[in-house]
Write a protein that binds this ligand. Structure first.
Ligand code: NDP
Length: 280
């Protein structure tokens, strides 16, 4: 297996002074019995950010893969997330403890509220608990996922604690310009989930394939390069060894302004996942 450790993966500074790699490995829908192998390959290939969640039911395997990788815990940036059923003050704290136990760690690098689940109206008290876990040093950075502008405003106004990250669905067919502007104004890093739009027809779009042909790269590499040029963190998922490697090789070519503009014109506001205004 090619070792890509020589490739520098750029990182972004978070608003708490820590750094997050701009490209990571997502493990949603990676079956538990395939997770150790996939994460092991990702780590060997050079990924240093692994994105899991309590809901993915593979935290135990993520922790095991890291433990047996030979890497120091400090060399890997691990994100996990609090599931909707566990929102609330004490329930959030207990859910965090269970995630740590499954991972086998005494801290996580980034802990996220998975969805605002506004109908429950518990995300503010949940955010207060995450702020405590951050102050205790056990969640080294804290953030949210799938938060809309009004959800972000509510937690920031009430607590003064600005999330380090908002992890949202984002790809060329759903570019979320207004949300990204809000993030920039408040120093929140935008992390893109389903950065490849789940590998579907986006990767066959002629705009993407023409740029890929011109650059001598794959369509997925072009899309991931677009994310990193925009200043997003992207966390593509793959269980295919060649793609795990391909998705990391995106820092050694450029997209010119015309190519960036052509991809920007693909925005359709099209979600592949649930609407955060109503989900959960
Ligand atoms: P992605 O956009 O990462 O797409 C994954 C799909 O694309 C898989 O079917 C994969 O196939 C395929 N694929 C991967 N690389 C390539 C490639 N180079 N060429 C062609 N096809 C490719 O979508 P996901 O929904 O999986 O999202 C990624 C991560 O984002 C998740 O794993 C999770 O960590 C996070 N996420 C977070 C959510 C949230 O609510 N916070 C919601 C959803 C996801 P194969 O595996 O067969 O290679």
């Amino acid at each position: 297996m090619t070792n890509l450790n020589a490739i520098t993966i750029s990182s972004l500074e978070l608003n708490d002074g820590r750094h997050i790699p701009q490209l990571g490995f997502g493990v949603f829908q990676v079956p538990a019995d395939e997770t150790v192998g996939a994460v092991d390959q990702a780590l060997q290939t050079g990924y240093s950010l692994i994105d899991t969640a309590a809901m993915y039911e593979n935290e135990t395997e993520v922790g095991a893969a890291i433990a047996q990788s030979g890497l120091d815990r400090s060399e890997v940036f691990v994100t996990t997330k609090l599931w909707n059923d566990d929102q609330g003050r004490d329930t959030a704290r207990r859910a965090f403890e269970r995630s740590l136990e499954r991972l086998g760690f005494d801290y996580v690098d980034l802990y996220l509220i998975h969805w605002p689940a506004p109908a429950q109206d518990r995300f503010l008290e949940t955010w207060e608990t995450l702020s405590e876990l951050h102050a205790e040093g056990r969640a080294r950075s804290i953030g949210v996922s799938n938060f809309l502008v009004d959800h972000l405003e509510r937690i920031i106004d009430a607590t003064g604690v600005v999330p380090a990250v908002n992890q949202v669905e984002l790809h060329p067919l759903l570019q979320q310009p207004e949300l990204r502007r809000f993030h920039s104004r408040h120093g929140i890093v935008t992390e893109a989930w389903s950065p490849l739009a789940k590998g579907g027809r986006l990767l066959e779009d002629p705009v993407i394939t023409e740029i890929a042909d011109a650059a001598g790269r794959s369509p997925a590499q072009v899309v991931l390069r677009w994310h990193t040029r925009l200043g997003n963190v992207a966390i593509p998922k793959s269980v295919t060894p060649s793609r795990i490697e391909e998705n990391l090789r995106v820092f050694d070519f450029e997209l010119d302004p015309e190519q960036m503009a052509a991809i920007e014109a693909l925005d359709r506001g099209e979600r592949t996942g649930p609407d955060p205004a109503t989900f959960g």
